[in-house]
Design a protein around this ligand. Structure first.
Ligand code: FAD
Length: 289
């Protein structure tokens, strides 16, 4: 099923994201994560694409997407990046996805890594979106940034480029993580003013650990509301307390987003199915409304 078809049925779409295991781990180690996630019945699961050769991540995105689709019978979405593949490589990966029945791709530019020169056949995500869309075989999704992409000069320019991705064929958008729902609501308004009508999922990452959240925030530029900095200041050195407070914060964010009628929630699960399960259990009745 194409992901865009999941929307507009009166329910908030609920999706999860996993990443391929490290190169030192076998691909099979993903089964433990997927076994946990299947119990929460996500509408789809997406699989990230590591920067080509630049990280210690096992480049098995297509293989894992196929496992999700064919062994777990959950709609899968494979991420693909401009910096990580040439046109030839993209064609090969798309053929592999098609052969295994994976129908959805999240087309991204990818983050540049100074140690590894980016591939340059596609400079921006809109070019990759268009390349995939023209083949006609895939539902194409793209990324969006409620607080603007860190390289954007301003929020309006950012939404203008986002509109280019939608015009190029992106039928669904997934947002970067954010901690202040008002940032997301203001972003939705800018999108609607710009004529972006496709479903937009809100990306949520629970704060579970001080160092990982500080690293994410410095990478993606998400701002921290005072409520969250207070939590980090008070519980940052107490892992169990931080986990509890971070989960409560994420659940509160999701309940508010769903009350506002957002199209979907995309949970950055960090391959931690226990967290996804706890969140899912906490919003079980909300999901059914
Ligand atoms: P683009 O849409 O190309 O935008 C990048 C910047 O260029 C923005 O500032 C934009 O405003 C500007 N821009 C866009 N189009 C143009 C244009 N035509 N001309 C000039 N400027 C333009 N990274 C990975 O490596 N692997 C992953 O699996 C991955 N998954 C992600 C999933 C989600 C949901 C999100 C939100 C991000 C993900 N990322 C991933 C990170 C992403 O690759 C980075 O945020 C990257 O810096 C931007 O990607 P993009 O697709 O938004 O790029």
């Amino acid at each position: 099923m194409k992901i865009a078809q999941l929307f507009g049925k009166g329910k908030t779409v609920f999706s999860c994201e996993v990443f391929p295991p490290k190169k030192t781990s076998p691909v099979d180690s993903i089964y433990k994560t997927l076994d946990g996630l299947k119990d929460i019945h996500p509408d789809f699961i997406s699989v990230t694409f590591g920067a080509g050769g630049s990280s210690n991540v096992n480049q098995s995105t297509a293989e894992i997407a196929s496992i999700i689709q064919n062994q777990y019978h959950i709609t899968a979405m494979a991420h693909l990046t401009c910096v990580g593949c040439t046109k030839g490589e993209a064609t090969e990966i798309l053929a592999q996805l098609k052969n295994s029945g994976v129908e959805n791709v999240l087309a991204l530019r990818g983050d540049r890594n100074p140690d590894f020169p980016p591939k340059e056949d596609f400079l921006h995500a809109n070019e990759l979106v268009s390349f995939i869309h023209r083949r006609g075989d895939f539902g194409v999704s793209a990324a969006c940034y409620p607080e603007g992409h860190p390289e954007s000069p301003d929020l309006i320019t950012d939404v203008r480029y986002l509109k280019q991705k939608v015009d190029a064929g992106a039928q669904h958008l997934v947002s970067q993580l954010f901690f202040d729902n008002d940032d997301f609501f203001r972003f939705l308004e800018r999108c609607r003013i710009a004529g972006i009508e496709v479903p937009i999922e809100a990306g949520i990452m629970p704060v579970l650990n001080r160092s990982s959240i500080e690293r994410m925030v410095s990478l993606c530029g998400a701002s921290m509301p005072r409520k969250l900095t207070r939590i980090l200041a008070r519980y940052g050195d107490h892992p169990a307390a931080l986990r509890e407070a971070g989960m409560a914060y994420a659940i509160d964010q999701i309940a508010d987003l769903m009350a506002a009628g957002v199209d979907g929630i995309h949970l950055y699960t960090m391959n931690n199915p226990a967290v996804a399960k706890q969140i899912s259990a906490s919003i079980a009745s909300i999901r059914n409304v």
